[in-house]
Design a protein around this ligand. Sequence first.
Ligand SMILES: Cc1ncc(COP(=O)(O)O)c(C=O)c1O
Ligand SMILES: N[C@@H](CCCC[NH3+])C(=O)O
Length: 413
Amino acid sequence: MAPFSYRDGTLYAEEVPVAQLAERFGTPLYVYSRDALESHYTAFDDAFGEHPHRICYAVKANSNLAVLNVLARCGAGFDIVSGGELERVLRAGGDPDKIVFSGVGKTAEEMAAALKAGIHCFNVESAAELELLNLVAGELDAVAPISIRVNPDVDAQTHPYISTGLKENKFGVDIQKAPALYQRAAELPHIAVRGIDCHIGSQLTRLDPFEDALERVLKLLGELQNLGIEIHHLDLGGGLGVTYRDETPPPPSDYVAALLKHIPGELPVHIEPGRSIAANAGLFLTQVLFLKPTEHRNFAIVDGAMNDLIRPSLYAAWQDIVPVTPHEADCRDWDIVGPVCETGDFLGKDRALALEPGDLLAVRSAGAYGFAMASNYNSRNRPAEVMVDGDQAFLVRARETLEDQLRLETLLP
Ligand SMILES: Cc1ncc(COP(=O)(O)O)c(C=O)c1O
Ligand SMILES: N[C@@H](CCCC[NH3+])C(=O)O
């Protein structure tokens, strides 16, 4: 069942009227559906069937502890990019042996913490990182399991800010240079080669870039085998897109089938989906403060802003904005804007809506890269987060207070 749907003229999150959530927890507010998180995860898991696999949810998409815990209970692994994400996964009950660690700028401290936790694999993104990891592991008398993240130079055909697999992007190691780096890794005493890793970008809505990248990865696999370097898994990254408006990304079943048809034998496959698990499991709830129709534009000023949900401002991303309880009023085109002092502070433009002050609006598809990218800009408190489970709603992160913001600051003596 759709996690957010209308019944009796009002929007529900699972079995709970969204208006009730606004009343109980205030706005702006993030609302997540446990059932949607679980079913999105399970769609990937089922698609692999008996093929050995690991689904490492990309924590960056939504790192709320309760979200991570729901996925950990499903058996998910996790793709992390910082010591902070490592700590979150451990506190949420994630299995360290199912963690992969990506990112171009891991520090020695983060490497040591991950080694001590016993993570499954480091996705190494440069020669310099490989050397540092060997040193850090040596100091701990440990051996670091690694994949090298290769940059296959494939155009993911997505927004340039979220494309990662092109030569001009900072990510990964040029796939042509990877064999030499694998040879170096094989010589290092505190490194154990485990896999090959590749992630080409986010919000991909077609399969061919994934297949092009995989083809290049498989060519590398053959080269490594010829060099006597054994590979135990392929990590094919995340990036499967979702429907925000009219995009038609393939479902997880088609995506996984398209990958598996190229994989030789029983070679284990890891993937790192973030958005496709979290985005449509969440919405962002905001209330209309004032209506300000002008000769040029009609502004609906709401209590949510770019500091809470930055995707529209940052990427000109379009997310659906719907009334929680639609009513009869004069329908016109509104720009839905927040209180932040930036012209770029908008959640949506030209939305045909019938609005009155006090109305609640829901921004859909906000479960991924929503709260995770929120800030305190304009000294605004970041919103609360709620998880709905059937007819129950749980506050899973309290609204920040100004005290939370000020706690770390001091005046000069
Ligand atoms: C290394 C890595 N893995 C996984 C992801 C998750 O991507 P998505 O949320 O598009 O599935 C990202 C973000 O693009 C990433 O950089
Ligand atoms: N923050 C981006 C996705 C970034 C992907 C991270 N590698 C978005 O909202 O679309």
